[in-house]
Design a protein around this ligand. Structure first.
Ligand code: IDP
Ligand code: MG
Length: 152
C-alpha cells in the first residue's frame, strides 16, 4: 500500500474541552507520521471552502459558525492507508453511532460537536491539505523506528 497523506483537524469543541493531546496521541500511537501541525482560528473563507461540499445543506451556516468560533488544531498525517485508516480511528459522523474505541465513540455525543475532522478520500485529502497548509509548512522525515512500524 502506497504512502499517502490526510488532513485531520481537532475542531473548536475538542480544543475547548482539552482533548487535543488525546486525539493527536491516538494517531501518533497508531504509528502514523505527523508531517504538519498548527493551531489557528479559521477565517470564514477558509471554513466555507473546507465545507464547500455541504454549502446547500441546512446545517451549513451553523457548521461554518462553529468551525470559525475558536482555535482549531490542523494537522497532516502520513502513512500507508492513512486516509481510510484515520476515518476508522475517528468513527462514524454521528457520535452516538460511533463504535467505542473510536475518537467520536469515546469523546462525543452530538453530530454538531463531534470533535474531529478527517478527509474522506484521496481527492478531499489533497484539496484540504492544500487549503490549510503551505507546502513549506509540511515536513518530510523518517521516524528512526520506521522499520518497527511497517514491514519493508
Ligand atoms: P464527516 O465529518 O464524518 O466527514 P460529513 O458528512 O462530511 O461528516 O459532515 C461534515 C460535518 O458537518 C460533520 O462532521 C458534522 O460536524 C457536520 N454535520 C453533518 N451532518 C450534520 C447534521 O445533520 N447536523 C449538524 N451538523 C452536521
Ligand atoms: Mg466529511
Amino acid at each position: 500500500m502506497a504512502e499517502e497523506r490526510t488532513f485531520i483537524a481537532v475542531k473548536p469543541d475538542g480544543v475547548q474541552r482539552g482533548l487535543v493531546a488525546d486525539i493527536l496521541g491516538r494517531f501518533e500511537r497508531k504509528g502514523f507520521k505527523l508531517v504538519g501541525l498548527k493551531l489557528l482560528t479559521p477565517s470564514r473563507s477558509l471554513a466555507e471552502q473546507h465545507y464547500g461540499i455541504h454549502r446547500e445543506r441546512p446545517f451549513f451556516p451553523g457548521l461554518v459558525g462553529f468551525i470559525t468560533s475558536g482555535p482549531v488544531v490542523a494537522m497532516v498525517w502520513e502513512g500507508a492507508g492513512v486516509i481510510a485508516g484515520a476515518r476508522v480511528l475517528i468513527g462514524a459522523t454521528k457520535p452516538l453511532e460511533a463504535a467505542p474505541g473510536t475518537i467520536r465513540g469515546d469523546l462525543a455525543m452530538d453530530i454538531g460537536r463531534n470533535v474531529v475532522h478527517g478527509s474522506d478520500g484521496p481527492e478531499s485529502a489533497r484539496f484540504e491539505i492544500g487549503l490549510w497548509f503551505h507546502p513549506e509548512e509540511l515536513s518530510s522525515w523518517e521516524p528512526a523506528d520506521q522499520g518497527w512500524r511497517r514491514q519493508a
